[in-house]
Design a protein around this ligand. Sequence first.
Ligand SMILES: Cc1cc2nc3c(=O)[nH]c(=O)nc-3n(C[C@H](O)[C@H](O)[C@H](O)COP(=O)(O)OP(=O)(O)OC[C@H]3O[C@@H](n4cnc5c(N)ncnc54)[C@H](O)[C@@H]3O)c2cc1C
Length: 440
Amino acid sequence: MTDLHPSFAPGFQARPWWWEAAEPPDRDAPLPDHAQVAIVGGGYAGLSAALTLRRLGHQAVVLDAERIGWGASSRNGGMVSGGLKVASGTLEKTLGKEEARRIALTCAASFPFIEETIAREGIECDYVRCGRYVGAWTPAHYEAMASKVAWIAEITGLPAEMIPKSRQREFLGSDHYHGGMAAAATGSLHPGKYARGLAAAAERAGAVLVDGVRVKGIAQQGGGFRIATDKGELSADAVLVATNGYSLDRRGTASPWLARRLVPLNSYIIATEELPQEVIDRLFPGRRMISDSKRVLNYFRPSPDGRRVLWGGRASFRSVTAQDSAPVLHATMTDTFPELRDSRITHAWTGYVAFTFDGLPHIGVQDGIHYAAGCQGSGVAMATWLGHNAALKIAGAANERFALDGLPFPTRPTYNGHPWFLPLVGGWYKLRDRLDRMAA
Ligand SMILES: Cc1cc2nc3c(=O)[nH]c(=O)nc-3n(C[C@H](O)[C@H](O)[C@H](O)COP(=O)(O)OP(=O)(O)OC[C@H]3O[C@@H](n4cnc5c(N)ncnc54)[C@H](O)[C@@H]3O)c2cc1C
């Protein structure tokens, strides 16, 4: 029985620790009959789009099946970066040097954009530009990172450097990795507070936020759209679907076309009980965000108040409960930080991220319906950026082509949005991580 596992603290809760300070609230706005722009999905992408549309003078209504900010946007690790992992892959081979560079610069631009948004809107979300340390799982991974470090510094315009294992303790209180990379273009925030603050900014600007309304279908009608929901219908002149990892749902799917192009994947996080200050200082010198180079990666950080460790990863490729995943994450955490063996878990939670078959985030239009999705598990800045750019497009206010707009958006034959293959692929990735480490 997992609830008797010694790693659980008394009073353990299977819900985001972030919600202790910023649980997405219930709203009671009625469903309007008409929206100039209807936005389906009230996460960072939908809210950012609503904010931009309002600033450009367009009326925007955000519809969320649950609560505004309830999805990945109030559950994530709060690590803010420009999604460069996406752009540093094999893009040059598939798209050519010039387009790959345009995409990399576009991804990197999400980082200053979120910083500007937080500052301009006065969003109190514990934002700090703290930098990131990426631990190398093997010496070969270290070499691969070293070959990209100059490129990352150039694209982000901020320093990035390789840290040999002999210096690792300046960045991380563990010898678990074979050195790593320290990159300055990363910040940290409290995701629940950021979702709440972005919602407040959109509302202040005049957007209407409606929760508890599930969109079940969108059809073209005249020059606009009819949107069927579980609370009745509304019409709209334009529609943006920003449902990301929550796109497919048996209770109603806004865009089956989009769901067929996204692979939803659970990511899991645990929070430890409060730890002595000197422990946090020793484990996280400089209070950076940490991730590693494994195929099945770990990501971890101190909580914004500097009292807990928040440890995240893909504990399972089957959709297990947060409670079942917690002991697995605890064991991984203590592999890296053995001194946390006796520290117990107060919270565990999960949420869906969305991967795409080409590894890229996308905005675009299909059958007249706009979409913004596919942040590959790294969407705090990117979803904010995608929503903004989708809004510029809807408003006809984009000055230049956004590099992630209108790219071919692949799916797979017979794929309907239900990733039955994940346990197989995930098992293979885990095995390869183990083999790589054994050979290191
Ligand atoms: C555990 C976890 C850790 C993560 N860590 C990080 C991190 O540290 N750094 C980082 O950059 N990214 C991270 N991410 C990813 C990041 O949180 C997401 O990329 C981002 O929040 C996506 O925002 P979004 O607005 O596109 O989608 P979401 O915030 O998921 O919002 C989608 C919304 O759509 C609604 N919806 C779905 N279908 C319908 C429908 N039919 N009708 C009405 N509403 C509907 C849902 O209720 C949901 O609220 C993490 C994600 C998770 C789950």
